[in-house]
Design a binder for this molecule. Structure first.
Ligand code: HPA
Ligand code: ZN
Length: 334
């Protein structure tokens, strides 16, 4: 199964680019930009990555992003992630970025977008990896700040396909952002949102009805509402699940208790993703291995995660068909 997973073409739909900042690159950028960080070595950073919930992670994660200053830093960050995609046979990726984490420190929106976009373009040419870019609003900030961020994104519509919602779910429900999401939809952006990670199933329901989302990020707490589960299955509403993240942030105690395989077998469009791989202990292959080690699955079931990812992606139908052929070919060989 290990070799089968490694060789399987994969699609990633839930990846925060700031969450792919490895301690080694954090150190290199801190030195290059003369930014102080509260660690003596990359090992010390690794050791600090012990979290008891989402907030304890976010506190460290926003601090790490302080080393990102110049366009080239955002390029280097994104390029390092894309090289990892290549290693893990990720053929398409839809990545998040958090502009407010940077603009609030005085970094220009254009600097962030153009560094990330340049790396994505380069990866398409050089590595054969296709991609989309999604901008997330930080839900611990207010809707006025999100509206101002949306205004900054409008001139970059050619590079940003959609908007999302991340950061602290508890105490910041979807309705807080109903207006800005409506405006984003009117501007032609697709919408997604983190919901039902630490927050209740009601947040999934509300994100669907109030924010017009086409995909739910995490969503694993949907199981607390049977009617919602039936609806998600019927509508094939995708869930971008992040198994290692859920263990690191104590959403589930053990991978054996994770509900992703159960949801897959119920016919839900669940996908496997890495969320913040530099912080949670692994990229795509590691997430697939962790699930497959804890839950016995057939090769067809494992491949279904990729097929779901293709179905849930924001690419055109002919591109989806091309990726399905890649998976089918791989299955026939294996
Ligand atoms: N949840 C909420 N916000 C985040 C996450 C997450 O898993 N990762 C980065 N920002
Ligand atoms: Zn996330």
């Amino acid at each position: 199964m290990k070799d089968f997973i490694n060789g399987l073409p994969k699609v990633e739909l839930h990846l925060h680019i700031e969450g792919s900042l490895e301690p080694e690159l954090m150190f290199e950028l801190a030195k290059r930009n003369q930014v102080q960080i509260p660690f003596q070595s990359p090992q010390e950073v690794h050791d600090a990555y012990q979290f008891h919930n989402l907030q304890s992670f976010l506190d460290i994660y926003y601090q790490g992003a302080n080393v990102l200053i110049h366009e080239q830093d955002f390029f280097d960050l994104t390029w390092a992630y894309l090289l990892r995609c290549k290693e893990d046979n990720v053929v398409h990726t839809e990545i998040f970025f958090d502009p407010q984490t940077h603009t609030d420190r005085g970094i220009a929106f254009d600097t962030v977008v153009s560094g990330i976009h340049r790396a994505l373009e380069e990866a398409n040419k050089v590595l054969g990896i296709s991609s989309k870019l999604i901008m997330c609003f930080l839900r611990h900030l207010d809707e006025t700040a999100a509206l101002a961020t949306l205004e900054q994104a409008i001139p970059h519509k050619d590079k940003i396909i959609g908007v999302g919602l991340d950061s602290s779910e508890q105490g910041h429900p979807p309705e807080k952002f109903a207006k800005v999401f409506q405006k984003a939809l009117n501007e032609g952006f697709l919408t997604v949102a983190h919901a039902g990670e630490e927050g209740p199933a009601q947040n999934i329901h509300d994100a669907l009805s109030m924010l017009g989302i086409t995909r739910i990020d995490h969503g694993i707490r949907c199981v607390e509402d049977e009617v919602l589960v039936a609806q998600l299955i019927e509508d094939r509403t995708p869930l971008t699940v992040c198994p290692l993240s859920n263990i690191k942030l104590k959403v589930f105690e053990k991978m054996e208790q994770h509900n992703i395989v159960d949801l897959l077998r119920k016919g839900m469009c669940v996908t496997i993703n890495s969320d913040d791989p530099a912080y949670f202990g692994g990229y795509m292959n590691a997430n697939f291995h962790a699930v497959a080690n804890a839950h016995s699955m057939t090769k067809n079931e494992v491949a279904q995660f990729t097929l779901n990812g293709i179905e849930a992606s924001f690419i055109l139908d002919d591109e989806k068909a091309r990726l399905v052929v890649l998976v089918d070919t791989y299955m026939m060989k294996g």
